[in-house]
Ligand binder design. Structure first.
Ligand code: DGJ
Length: 726
């Protein structure tokens, strides 16, 4: 029997196991397999997660002792529980038994398996749902819990996945940071006991920690070899990743919405859906994990993931709140002449009674400010269209300034605790989206802007604070702990509704930078703003970290002023462009403030970017030299058909004697020849790359001998285009 039919016929999975008949279930992708066994006592165990075998039936010999596929609190389990339920009669235990499983093809390379479990006594149903993306080797897991008891039950833990591993050692890489310093990597060997990475922020939940991780089995994660699992939770709310190494050195990983202060009651007949955990297993190191997630994201994970992207000019750092129609029209005119494709109007365009002239007023009042923009958005849109530019607009629809008409009318719509002082951050409060009236308001706010101003092509959806003082004025006292889950679900609900109504509009997920970056939200967004920090040195690190799970096609990266507004660092314009061109290029500068030479360079760079854009945005990412390991860092993109590639190399600190580190390229066809050309050079400037310029080499040479050209100066960069010769 071939593997596919073995997978597709769960009814035929009763294998004579020698001692007793046992049932095996597998979830497979092209290269990986997650396997389960149903024990004699009808418990479901995970017996394997790794590379796919030619003969899956051999897996009946595999065993990860005691590794429940979804650990419920109670019985003999003594470790952290994936599921903890207080039953209708107060019993605090759950005993899950296998009930059924089914596997069906969803078409387009997607196969879904649902394994149904039931409590041995109580009318409690738990479905483990796996969606396996065959070609991308990504598995998406979510869980549904249904209460069929006549009484209400309470969920205290509700993980999306519970994965077991057995290896001599475990290394976890986490992604952490803060505003303007996002997505730093840190790897650590797990010790016995529990390591938790979590967020309790509710909204803008990823400001300090991201719900993604790499788990390397046996040794620290390597780029191109070794067993690595990558996972990311598709959830904009609070989350928890829990790694528990037990006394037998078995590792269990629980991931899901954070159960902290979030117990959730389910009335009779109600069900609870966890967010999805997306994960992938690789035997070829972390690089393969990233490329799989990127391909998956372009195909399934991002709105319009493989569609067009536009080089945009954003007026935020160019003007902040200080603009009017005349100033903007001039910027629009300059933008069109420089080759930009879209103008994005940022914060400050709305509010009349409380004009939005700073971050202290107007948030919530989504009417165009008549003083700054007397002819309204339609005028700016038409000025853009006249010049062949698309038009984008900024919103922050989940928030309100106390100084706003919205707050004057609806003080009961904000998240706060009774009898406590209002807790402000950036002078603003959060709207309570657990309230359906607020959901409708937020939806309508965006809908009115888009429907009332035809021609808007792009929306930057911002979100500049997290939850403190977390109470709902809408939820009843006994459901206050639902706020964390309900608010995140409601945000996703509104995003979905808006995105569905405006399928052609490109939405950018922004949360003061990377404070909201997850595949739950990104389904409705085509781009994400990874950091407010426009300092290219910082961006090298942030983009490096973000690129582990999130693709360049969505990673908006802008050229900003020098010295950078946040860090004060001065860097050459070419360096700023080269860093931004290694993702999705944009600019946050007023063209009029550029010198003639810088203007000419920028215009040229934009034109060059348009040429390499398909490779950068839709190609495979290969990381060559990590910025964490030396002064020189390099990465490259290779088109899926291997016909073209672009190489980026940066020197982040001066090297008096030169850095001659070899760049061993990756992802090329060894038996084909590639011609090299340095691009984005300064006019009349010398080239570090002269000895290679215009020459062609075999892919084999480039990947085994590599390129060796010295770089000396701090913030020096070289970009090379590779074209395959037939
Ligand atoms: C935070 C964003 O990240 C910035 O790009 C800008 O849009 C400001 N908010 C506007 O308030």
């Amino acid at each position: 029997m071939n593997r596919t039919s073995w997978l597709a016929l769960p009814a035929a999975l009763l294998l004579a196991g020698g001692l007793s008949a046992q049932r095996y279930i597998t979830v497979t992708t092209e290269h990986t397999c997650l396997a389960f066994r149903v024990t004699d006592k009808q418990a479901l165990e995970q017996i394997y997660f790794g590379g796919r075998l030619a003969d899956a039936k051999e897996l009946e010999r595999a065993a990860l002792p005691g590794s429940s596929a979804y650990t419920a609190f109670g019985g003999e389990h003594t470790f952290e529980a994936a599921l903890r339920v207080v039953q209708g009669d107060g019993n605090t235990s759950t005993e899950l038994r296998y009930a059924a499983s089914r596997t069906e093809s969803k078409g387009d390379g997607v196969v879904q398996t649902v394994i149904s479990l039931r409590d041995a006594h109580y009318a409690l149903e738990v479905d483990l749902c796996y969606t396996a993306y065959q070609a991308e080797d990504v598995i998406e897991q979510r869980v549904e819990v249904r209460n069929r008891q006549p009484e209400s039950i309470t969920l205290h833990n509700f993980a999306s996945a519970d994965l077991s591993f057995s290896a001599p050692a475990y290394y976890v890489t986490q992604f952490h940071g803060n505003w303007a310093d996002e997505m730093n990597l840190r790897e650590q060997r797990l010790t016995p006991g529990i390591k938790v990475i979590d967020s309790k922020l509710g909204v803008r939940s990823h400001q300090f920690a991201h719900p993604c991780f790499l788990l390397s089995l046996g040794q620290p994660a390597r780029e191109d070899e070794g067993e690595v699992v990558g996972a990311t939770l598709a959830w904009p709310g609070s989350f928890q990743l829990c790694f528990e190494v037990d006394p037998t050195n078995l590792l269990r990983v629980l991931a899901g919405a954070n159960p902290y202060a979030s117990s959730y009651a389910l009335a009779a007949g109600e069900s609870f859906q966890t967010p999805a955990l997306l994960y992938s297993y690789s035997r070829e190191g972390a690089g393969a994990i990233s490329r799989r997630f990127h391909r998956w994201a372009r195909r399934y994970g991002l709105k319009n993931g493989s569609g067009e992207r536009y080089v945009l000019l954003n007026n935020w750092e160019a003007t902040y709140f200080d603009f009017d129609e005349e100033k903007l029209t001039k910027i629009i005119d300059d933008a069109a002449k420089m080759g930009f494709e879209l103008f994005l109007l940022d914060d400050g365009w709305f509010g009349n009674k409380h004009p939005r002239n700073s971050d202290s007023a107007g948030l919530g009042d989504w009417q165009t400010n008549a003083k700054k923009l007397p002819r309204g958005l339609p005028y700016l849109i038409s000025e853009c269209k006249k010049r062949g530019l698309k038009f984008g607009i900024w919103v922050e629809p989940e928030m309100v300034n106390p100084q706003s008409e919205l707050y004057e009318q609806h003080p009961d719509w904000i998240i706060t605790q009774p009898h406590r002082e209002l807790s402000l951050s950036r002078n603003q409060l959060l709207l309570d989206l657990s309230n359906p009236a607020v959901q409708e308001f937020v939806y309508k706010a965006i809908d009115n802007i888009l429907a009332g101003n035809p021609g808007i092509d792009y929306v930057k959806w911002d979100c500049n604070r997290y939850v403190t003082n977390g109470g709902s004025q809408h939820l009843p006292p006994e459901k206050q702990s639902h706020l964390w889950v309900d608010n995140a679900r409601a945000v996703l609900g509104v995003m979905e509704k808006v995105s569905a109504k405006y399928p052609q509009v490109c939405f950018m997920a922004c949360s003061g930078g990377g404070g909201r970056l997850d595949y739950g939200s990104l389904k409705f967004f085509s781009e994400y703003w990874i950091s407010d920090n426009g300092d290219p040195l910082q961006r090298i690190f942030t983009q490096w970290g973000g690129g582990y799970f999130f693709p360049a096609v969505g990673m908006a990266s802008h050229v900003s002023a020098s010295p950078a507004h946040i860090s004060g660092r001065s860097t050459p314009l070419k360096f700023r462009f080269d860093v931004a061109m290694s993702a999705k290029l944009g600019m946050d500068l007023q063209p009029a403030q550029l010198s003639a030479a810088d203007y000419a360079f920028s215009k040229n760079a934009i034109a060059t970017y348009k040429e390499i854009r398909p490779v950068v945005l839709y190609g495979d990412l290969y990381r060559l030299l990590s910025p964490y390991e030396g002064n020189r860092t390099a990465l490259m993109y290779v088109s899926e058909d291997r016909l073209s590639a672009v190489l980026f190399s940066f020197l982040v600190r001066k090297e008096v004697y030169g850095n001659r580190q070899a760049l061993l390229l990756k992802g090329l066809q060894p038996d084909k020849r590639y011609r090299l050309k340095e691009i984005n050079r300064e006019s009349g400037g010398w080239s570090r790359f002269a000895e290679y310029e215009g020459k062609s080499f075999s892919g084999e040479y480039l990947m085994t001998v590599g390129l060796r050209f010295a770089m000396y100066n701090e913030y020096e960069s070289v970009v090379v285009q590779l074209q395959r010769e037939e």
